[in-house]
Structures are given as structure tokens and as C-alpha cells.
Design a protein around this ligand. Structure first.
Ligand code: PLP
Length: 391
């Protein structure tokens, strides 16, 4: 039979990340000693009080449908978070809780973009953004950046890319995959361009709490009423509370957009998991003691990995200021990223994600959400691999 595959589904690029990941897992299953730098998630466990809150909700029978956009208690806790930490005043009706930050992003793009529209995405980008734009029928417009500018787009670059068809500018700081963090002045300047041109901003702030070296994160929504009105913030519990498997994310948007997303979600997924939402309340209102401990640990790993990477011939790496990724430039090795990662895995049993997955073929992504011992071992192997190429 000739199975129908829709034009939308057929235009999606399959995930390179997953290809490397499944190869690494296959090797591990065969008992091979693979070191993985591919993880896009914290290696810490979810804090106990959050698990307890969800378990208690489950035990108490909190197992039914909730309002599609999330329980009022959680939407209020999210509105309180934005007020307390960001000085932003949202009504609970402007908050939508979804099945992960990724789902929030998809909801935003689907609710605001369609055929004929353009979505401006700085590269290196989180690999799902362009695919989501395509799923909405829109065209991704990619803005190239490099390590020379810490992977940041300039206001001039953004301005030049805006056309009458531009619907959305996607901002992700701290960034996955580069770990780059825009300064408040840089964020404001990009926001100014969008306000002037009437372009909506989707600001993915999921790594807000993961920064180093005193880097300051300021939401683009916080500079003026106009910036606020032009911004949709996407956020979630996955990274700062290590809740990737819970599938819980949220967004804050101008009221008409939040309403449209509520309708969209009510006909697609309905509410996110009821007892996971109770865990989300505990995450926002409970102790944040875990965070400084995690950050201290990430900071140690980041420094160790950064030093080792820069000691490799043909490899240079700018130090990241946020998230848990480094994005070394491997162009000096003479290999492009997919071949580099395939051979690194084959020869030295080290898994990393090729930059081409993020629209940057001269780089690879190293996640340091893994132990110091793994970092030492894996990067020693990578050092040997790179020296072998030279010799
Ligand atoms: C991890 C991540 C998300 C959201 O992940 P979920 O698991 O869906 O909450 C969103 N954006 C970026 C850039 C991420 O790295």
C-alpha cells in the first residue's frame, strides 16, 4: 500500500542528535565503555520535595482532567515567579502550562505563524525551532553567527532580515547549543528593533537560572511596556529543577495570544499531567537550595572541559556563560561536524552532537551535564583522537 505521508510531516528533517544517541546507546548495550556528552538534560535527580508533592497529589486522587491551560494554583505560582524574579506583571489568564517547554514553543509558533510567514532564527539554534516553523507552514529565516561574536546576532543583522512577512523573532538566552548569554544591553537593542518593526518575540528563557561568572539574565519583556507587549516568554521546569521527564513547561503571553494557545491546546493535548502540575507548584514555591549546589558543580565541570578542549590541536572553544553546554570550533581539525562525531564515537567511544544539527557545521556540542570523571575520561579520549588526525 502507498501510505500517505503529509507534506508537513515529510518536510521534517530527522534528528541527527537522535541518530548519534541511539548509536551510543546501542554500543553501551553491547557492553562498550561509551562516554556520552550528548545529554540535553541535567544529570541530577529532581529535588525530593517536588517528587513528594507529586506523589502526595497522586495518592490523594488528583488524577483527573484539569483546566486545559493548567490548574489555577500553578498559573498563579508562575505569575508570582515572573513578578518576583523578573518584575513582570502577568495575570494567570496570560499563563499557559503545557507538556514541556518544547510544547510551549510549538504552541506559540502554531498560534502565531502560518503559510507565507517568516520566522527569524539565529544560528546556532535549538534544532526544533526551524522544524516547528515549517510545521506551521512558515519559512525559517536563519541568521548566521560565529564564535568570534560569542554566537550573538546584532541589531543590524536582525533589522536587515525583517520583511513585511516576518511574524516572529526567536531569542534563546542562555542558549542551547552554545551556552552564550546576551547582556541586558544587547537584549534591549534586539527588542528595540522588534518593537520598532512590530515583530513579535518568542523568548525561550528555560536556562534563565543556569548562569556562570556573574552573567546577568534579563528578559526582553522587562525593558518597557512596548517590549512587554511584543514578547512571549517560554519557560519550563526541565532544566533548573531537573524535571525533563515530567513534561511540564509554561509560557506567558499577551492575552489574545494566550487565549489562542489555550484553544489550540484544548483540542490537541488538553491539560499537562495533573499530578506533575502539583510538582510544578512545589518547584516554584518550595526550597531552591538545590540550585546553588548544582551551579557550583556545573561551573567546575565547565572550567575543566573548557581547558581541556582548548588544549587540543585544531580545537578552540569560547567559554560559555550559561546552560550546560560548550560549543567548540573543530574546523582546525579539517573535519566537518558529522564526520568528526561519527569517527569520535567509532574510534574513541565518545558521543557528542555534531553542530550541523544546530545549523553550524564547524562546531560540536559538548554537554557537561555529566560527572567530572566522565569529562576527564571523555575529553582525554577526544584529545587522543584529534592528535591522531594531525599525525
Ligand atoms: C530543554 C529545552 C527546552 C524545553 O524542554 P522540555 O523538556 O520540553 O521542557 C526548550 N528550549 C530549549 C532551548 C531547551 O534546551
Amino acid at each position: 500500500m502507498n501510505y500517505p505521508i503529509s507534506r508537513r510531516a515529510a518536510t521534517l528533517s530527522p534528528s541527527l542528535t537522535l541518530a548519534i544517541d541511539s548509536k551510543a546507546k546501542e554500543m553501551k548495550a553491547k557492553g562498550e565503555d561509551v562516554v556520552g556528552f550528548g545529554a540535553g538534560e541535567p544529570d541530577f535527580d529532581t529535588p525530593q520535595h517536588i517528587k513528594d508533592a507529586a506523589a502526595a497529589a497522586l495518592a490523594a486522587g488528583f488524577t483527573k482532567y484539569t483546566p486545559s491551560s493548567g490548574i489555577p494554583e500553578l498559573r498563579q505560582a508562575i505569575a508570582d515567579k515572573f513578578q518576583r524574579e523578573n518584575g513582570l506583571t502577568y495575570k494567570p489568564s496570560q499563563i499557559v502550562v503545557s507538556n514541556g517547554g518544547k510544547h510551549s514553543c510549538y504552541n506559540v509558533i502554531l498560534a502565531t505563524c502560518q503559510e507565507g510567514d517568516e520566522v527569524i532564527i539565529p544560528a546556532p539554534y535549538w534544532l526544533s525551532y526551524p522544524e516547528m516553523a515549517k510545521l506551521a507552514g512558515a519559512t525559517p529565516v536563519i541568521l548566521e553567527t560565529s564564535d568570534k561574536t560569542e554566537f550573538k546576532v546584532t541589531p543590524g543583522q536582525l533589522r536587515a532580515a525583517i520583511t513585511p512577512r516576518t511574524r516572529l523573532f526567536i531569542l534563546n538566552s542562555p542558549s542551547n547549543p552554545t551556552g552564550s548569554v546576551y547582556t541586558p544591553d544587547e537584549i534591549k537593542a534586539l527588542g528595540d528593533v522588534c518593537v520598532e518593526k512590530g515583530v513579535l518575540i518568542m523568548s525561550d528563557e528555560i536556562y534563565e537560572h543556569l548562569t556562570y561568572d556573574g552573567a546577568v539574565v534579563k528578559s526582553v519583556a522587562s525593558f518597557s511596556k512596548a517590549h512587554f507587549d511584543h514578547t512571549i516568554i517560554v519557560h519550563g521546569f526541565a532544566k533548573a529543577w531537573s524535571m525533563t521527564g515530567w513534561r511540564l513547561g509554561f509560557l506567558a503571553a499577551p492575552e489574545p495570544i494566550a487565549k489562542a494557545i489555550d484553544a489550540l491546546q484544548s483540542h490537541s493535548t488538553s491539560n499537562p499531567c495533573s499530578f506533575a502540575q502539583k510538582g510544578g507548584v512545589a518547584a516554584l514555591t518550595g526550597s531552591q537550595e538545590h540550585l546553588p549546589k548544582w551551579l557550583a558543580e556545573y561551573a567546575k565541570r565547565r572550567t575543566a572541559a573548557w581547558q581541556k578542549l582548548n588544549a587540543m590541536p585544531g580545537v578552540t572553544c569560547v567559554n560559555s556563560k550559561g546552560a550546560f553546554y560548550l560549543f567548540p570550533n573543530i574546523s582546525g581539525t579539517g573535519l566537518k561536524s558529522a564526520e568528526f562525531c561519527a569517527r569520535l564515537l567509532e574510534q574513541e567511544k565518545v558521543a557528542a552532537v555534531p553542530g550541523i544539527a544546530f545549523g553550524a557545521d564547524d562546531y560540536i556540542r559538548i554537554s557537561y551535564a555529566t560527572s567530572l570523571a566522565n569529562i576527564e575520561k571523555g575529553l582525554d579520549r577526544m584529545d587522543r583522537f584529534v592528535r591522531g588526525l594531525k599525525g
